[in-house]
Write a protein that binds this ligand. Structure first.
Ligand SMILES: Cc1cc2nc3c(=O)[nH]c(=O)nc-3n(C[C@H](O)[C@H](O)[C@H](O)COP(=O)(O)O)c2cc1C
Length: 345
């Protein structure tokens, strides 16, 4: 099947509750039903963190928490894929329902709470990973009995030879206290513990919340630079509720999708100005067109990721966005993706 055909079936998934639909989508991917699309174009190539990306569009964390479907996900055209969040021990997450479609707003609210099979299962699954594109591992801590200075280094050690970069997730809103780890003191402690306990590791990225203040963002940037992180991912889901039309808008949890494009891009720009070339930035939040990708690149992102738009549109999204990115580069006079990075700064 090709991605366009697979995407025709995506509306049928809306007949199911969102979490069942997600499970079916993962199963369809594993069965090879999503087909393949060409994600390579010399104009799209990005060099970052010592890695080569065939295009700048990656799959954001949360879609494949257990690293079950990375090969088929790579085949639908992504430039890279990030699996997780994985925690040290398996965890069931919050009671259902905990995932909501805000169709009228092209948005999603989730309060999954790091449901995942734990690092042991993840390590078995990640052996079946694409070799032709970079793979990132996104790590977090359990809800109970967590010790961040012990758990993050342990996960970095476990993944060090399995993935091409590691994302330290300190920004999911659904694990009580997790976002407090973005404070200078806590984050410095985590990065120091990793440097101390696992001196040899792949590039580290810190993923932040869009609800930080501008001063908070600046502080994370400086802590990342001082602590030896390679970059930051901006951003995770938001607890804010901009004007929304959907009846599900009052659900508790993190909001993602189109309403997040503006706030997350504004924050990306703040991070880019503060970092001034010292960090690699990955822009995430609300991407649903090729023009959105270019907007994030211009705001300082070297790479971008998405999740929510894929849930709405299915695998045909990726070739569509790459075609639109080509057109947007032409329209705005950029010969290549790399030429557009930071153009608005
Ligand atoms: C259902 C769902 C689950 C998510 N789970 C995770 C997660 O486990 N770890 C993480 O770092 N981000 C997670 N995210 C956040 C996404 O990676 C991304 O940062 C956010 O959704 C914004 O991008 P988008 O607007 O393209 O969806 C999740 C998002 C959604 C919608």
């Amino acid at each position: 099947m090709n991605p366009a055909l697979a995407s025709l079936l995506t509306p049928a998934l809306r007949l199911f509750d969102p979490e069942t639909a997600h499970g079916l989508a993962l199963r369809a991917l594993k069965l090879g039903l999503a087909g393949s699309a060409n994600g390579s174009d010399p104009r799209f190539e990005v060099q970052a963190m010592g890695l080569t990306f065939r295009n700048p569009l990656g799959l954001a964390a949360g879609f494949d928490k257990n690293a079950e479907a990375l090969i088929p996900l790579g085949r639908i055209g992504f430039g890279f894929v990030e699996a997780g969040t994985v925690t040290p021990r398996p965890q069931v997450g919050n009671p259902k329902p905990r995932l909501f479609r805000l169709t009228e707003d092209s948005a999603v609210i989730n309060r999954l709470g790091f449901n995942n099979g734990g690092i042991d299962t993840y390590l078995i699954n990640i052996e079946r990973r694409p070799r032709d594109i970079p793979v990132g591992g996104n790590i977090g801590i359990n809800k109970d009995n967590a010790v961040p200075e012990r758990d993050y280094p342990a996960l970095v050690r476990a993944l060090a030879r399995k993935v091409d970069y590691i994302t330290i997730n300190v920004s999911s809103p659904n694990t009580p206290g997790l976002r407090d780890l973005q404070s200078e003191q806590k984050l410095r402690g985590i990065l120091a513990a990793i440097a101390d306990q696992v001196p040899e590791h792949p590039p580290l990225l810190v993923k932040i919340a869009p609800d930080l203040s501008p001063e908070g963002v600046a502080s994370v940037v400086e802590t990342c630079v001082a602590g030896g992180a390679a970059g930051m991912i901006v951003s995770n889901t938001t607890l804010a509720r901009p004007k929304l039309r959907s009846p599900q808008a009052t659900q508790a949890g993190g909001l993602s999708g189109v309403p997040l494009m503006g706030p997350s891009t504004a924050m990306l720009k703040i991070a880019a100005r503060q970092a001034a070339g010292r960090l690699v930035l990955i822009g995430v939040g609300g991407i649903s067109s090729g023009a959105d990708i270019l907007t994030k690149l211009r705001a300082g992102a070297s790479l971008v990721q998405l999740y929510s738009a894929l849930a709405f549109e299915g695998p045909a999204l990726i070739p569509r966005l790459l075609d639109e990115l080509r057109a947007a580069l032409d329209a705005q006079g950029f010969p290549t993706v790399e030429a557009a990075i930071g153009a608005d700064l």
